[in-house]
Write a protein that binds this ligand. Structure first.
Ligand code: SF4
Length: 303
């Protein structure tokens, strides 16, 4: 199938709820926050914003890497904002989120890769609403065990790190990342005692073969990943990696069934599946394993 071709019928989306979308946008703006929804030009914005949800993107809107599939700006990074964790928590409260998803740009310039800011954000969300579920989608932190442990020690319900594509395509679309390193990040999280559910996600349509996808799934299972999400890669602009093909909804259904029969505990696969899309559903189905939250500021233990 030609790249940049007209989108197939299954890639059309419903219109947004304007009032709810405006509310989400105003809340984000008033707190000075970025979302991966906007920065990555996610095709689900109308859907998610209409339901009052969004995925916060911390540590600025400039990524120190330059992946060929990603629309997030690649530029000199900004200083870390110490007020950001509380702003995220406050915005989540205003939006009434009972499940909060937080991701970040990659910050190879920071000694801890931004792990402390993730931890501070998790703590701030828990202080604001101890019952809120929290999912983090982290960069590879250069493989730093300390950084991974810093995030896990804060107690997210879900620790996510995306392999994004098959090993062969890393050089073409993720030149500063390494497939093995991403697997190590996931296996370290799975081996920890934090209780976090471990999740990963891949995009289809970048030029991978079905056999290569199966290999990734085998590797993710071996690393201890329990939750897998699979979606269609869509080219953010003509400057980005072309779409090799559009995967049909039926093929995605087959992948989801295959993932479950292989041993994943939760599989979401479909043209518009993104790792944060309806992310709460997996945790609701599987149940959170996170320990009670001890508020170090107030010295209280909460459910
Ligand atoms: S799928 Fe995720 S990134 Fe896309 S709009 Fe929804 S919450 Fe944002």
């Amino acid at each position: 199938m030609k790249t940049g071709a007209r989108l197939p019928a299954w890639l059309t989306k419903p219109l947004a709820n304007p009032a709810e979308t405006r509310f989400v946008r105003e809340t984000l703006r008033s707190h000075g926050l970025n979302t991966v929804c906007d920065e990555a030009r996610c095709p689900n914005r109308a859907d998610c914003f209409s339901r009052g949800t969004a995925t916060f993107m911390i540590l600025g809107d400039r990524c120190t890497r330059d992946c060929r599939f990603c629309a997030v700006s690649h530029a000199g990074p900004l200083p870390v904002d110490p007020a950001e964790p509380d702003e995220v928590a406050s915005a989540a409260t205003t939006l009434g989120l009972n499940f909060v998803v937080v991701t970040s740009v990659t910050r190879d310039d920071l000694p801890d890769g931004g792990a402390a800011q993730f931890a501070a954000t998790i703590h701030a969300i828990k202080r604001a609403d101890p019952s809120a579920g929290i999912e983090v989608l982290v960069p590879d932190f250069g493989g730093s065990t300390d950084a991974i442990e810093t995030v896990l020690a804060a107690g997210p319900d879900v620790f996510g790190h995306n392999v994004e594509t098959v090993e062969r395509l890393y050089h073409a679309v993720r030149k500063d990342a390494r497939y093995e390193r991403s697997l190590e990040v996931l296996s370290r999280a799975a081996a920890s005692t934090s209780g976090a559910l471990v999740k990963s996600s891949i995009m289809l349509g970048l030029g991978e073969t079905r056999e290569e996808v199966r290999r990734v799934l085998v590797d993710l299972l071996a690393a201890g990943v329990e939750i897998i999400y699979m979606g269609q890669y869509l080219r953010p602009s003509a400057e980005h990696h072309p779409v090799a093909r559009f995967v049909t909804p039926e093929e995605f259904d087959e992948f989801a069934s295959e993932c479950l029969s292989m041993g994943f505990r939760w599989a979401s696969a479909g043209p518009f599946i993104r790792s944060s899309y309806r992310a709460h559903e997996a945790v609701e189905a599987l149940g959170s394993r996170r320990p009670a939250f001890v508020d170090s500021v107030r010295g209280e233990e909460r459910a």
